[in-house]
Design a protein around this ligand. Structure first.
Ligand SMILES: Cc1cc2nc3c(=O)[nH]c(=O)nc-3n(C[C@H](O)[C@H](O)[C@H](O)COP(=O)(O)OP(=O)(O)OC[C@H]3O[C@@H](n4cnc5c(N)ncnc54)[C@H](O)[C@@H]3O)c2cc1C
Length: 463
């Protein structure tokens, strides 16, 4: 595992020279407020914005919201390829408000998670969004896990996580009567929430403040518009052209990209580096049958394997009262491939040829095989779960939904551990900021990340 490749570094090259085009101002005058893409028009339409955010997941929406609240006179647009917002990672996750215990002290993940958890609770309180601060136990079930558990506890204290306690068997039983374990970290600050609901509320705040959200807008090209006699005054002010798969265009001055599973491809589109590559890891969940949900009160997590960024299969209560068990971590054969047999030749070719996946697999072959085996055979996952709650049997569970994680991988096969935010040099590079790696706990950290992005945009683009 490696630390963040770059934090707001300078990695982009010059933008690819796209075909210069005169861009007609199709939707009204160019003033500070956004002019939405002409709805229903089948011909190429244009809109112009001071800042465009690509990606309508929780990170993009939180960032757009932070930008417009800080700069109310700017026109800001969010471009999202789907019909609806926040349906990928943001709508397919465990829904845990992480406390910040796991992450390397002083890392962005540690700082932004601790800060972000407190901001999410505060935001939910303000907006009346339901959450449950149901706590979490990280449980050691084998003697050999205890030193790692104690080290994790120390790390949590260093990170300033509130209320942590190391507890023994009898206290585990008081908190989770059906859970067995030798020792546990009691983490009362952990909670659960529906992150899609939070993200939609960010979108609402953004629109209420005058922002525009354009859905069904799949970005296919990002380039500088070249000088041309046919260019309108508008085009001079908004020199970046973003084109979608339908040939529609948006012009802007600055871009922030938050494209989750496609963050590498969007970076490449803008002439910036495709590295780190995104490797999609599917996480399947199982569901505890309703009559067995009494077995789990709060979150129960294993002691994580420090070689991997995944936290291990865990028991997670949901806001609707159900209990999810998972997720595992298996290579997905398609970005946004939620079913085991979803396949994309391009995605898999990219992963094999461009990323360091082969090195990763060769270094962690047995781990990968065991995750695949558990994904195929429920009984193998149940055997793992029984280490924590012996009462659970195969008859008590059902197959549930899945999520796909955007995991950045460097050329040497190292999983990129920290959040990566990356700008660049050159024509577009000076006008663009990429969120390259925002894996878990980026939902928890979204408000803290958005504050940092707003600071950087303000400083970098001199807004
Ligand atoms: C299985 C799983 C469990 C997780 N559990 C937790 C948890 O418990 N707690 C936690 O804090 N975090 C968790 N996470 C992590 C968290 O969900 C993500 O870090 C977070 O949602 C990332 O948000 P995002 O906005 O970067 O990405 P996304 O939500 O994936 O949004 C990216 C958006 O960009 C859009 N996009 C992509 N390409 C284009 C394009 N060309 N044009 C226009 N739009 C485009 C996509 O359609 C998408 O809407 C989990 C993730 C997974 C997968």
């Amino acid at each position: 595992m490696v630390p963040a490749l770059r934090y707001l570094g300078t990695a982009c090259g010059w933008a690819r020279g796209g075909s210069p085009r005169g861009i007609p101002a199709a939707c009204g005058p160019a003033l500070g407020r956004p002019r939405p893409l002409c709805q229903g028009s089948r011909s190429a339409s244009t809109s112009s914005f001071d800042v465009v955010v690509i990606g309508g997941g929780i990170v993009g929406l939180a960032s757009a919201r932070a930008l417009i609240l800080r700069h109310p006179t700017l026109s800001i647009g969010v471009l999202e390829k789907e019909k609806e917002l926040a349906i990928h990672q943001t709508g397919h996750n465990s829904g845990v408000i992480h406390s910040g215990i796991y992450y390397k002290p002083e890392s962005l993940k540690a700082k932004l998670c601790v800060q972000g958890a407190s901001l999410i609770y505060e935001y939910c309180n303000q907006k009346g969004i339901s959450y449950k601060q149901c706590g979490k136990l990280i449980v050691a079930v084998e003697q050999e896990e205890i030193p790692r558990l104690q080290a994790l506890y120390e790390r949590g204290l260093q990170n300033g996580v509130q209320g942590l306690r190391l507890i023994q068997q009898e206290d585990i039983k008081k908190k989770e009567p059906y859970c067995r374990g030798l020792m546990a970290i009691d983490c009362p600050y952990t909670g659960i929430v529906d992150y899609r609901r939070v993200a939609l509320s960010f979108a609402q705040d953004f629109q209420d403040a005058g922002g525009s959200v354009l859905t069904n807008f799949e970005v296919k090209d990002i380039e500088m518009a070249r000088e041309s006699p046919s260019r309108s005054e508008d085009g001079m002010k908004y020199p970046i052209v973003i084109r979608n798969t339908k040939g529609e265009e948006v012009q802007c001055q600055y871009v922030v990209t938050c494209a989750g599973l496609y963050s590498d491809r969007i970076s490449e589109l803008s002439g910036c580096s495709p590295d780190p590559q995104i490797v999609p890891f599917r996480g399947d969940y199982l569901l505890l049958k309703p009559e067995k949900c009494y077995l789990v009160k709060g979150n129960i997590y294993p002691v994580p394997d420090s070689r991997f960024p995944f936290l291990g299969v865990h028991f997670t209560p949901r806001m609707d009262g159900s209990i999810w068990l998972g997720p595992n971590a298996v290579l997905a054969f398609k970005r946004e491939g939620y079913k085991p047999f979803d396949f994309s030749a391009r995605d898999i070719t990219d992963v094999i040829t461009k990323s360091g996946l082969i090195k990763l697999v060769s270094q962690n072959f047995s781990y990968g095989v065991s995750e695949m085996y558990k994904a195929c055979f429920l009984s193998a996952t149940v055997k793992h779960l029984q280490k924590f709650i012996p009462e659970i049997t195969v008859r008590d569970i059902l197959r549930g939904p899945a999520g796909v994680r955007a995991q950045a991988l460097d050329q040497d096969g190292n999983l990129v551990d920290d959040f990566v935010f990356d700008g660049g040099d050159g024509v577009i590079g000076n006008r663009i900021l990429h969120v390259r790696n925002a894996p878990s706990p980026a939902a928890t950290s979204s408000l803290a990340i958005s504050g940092m992005i707003a600071d950087e945009v303000q400083q970098r683009f001199k807004l």
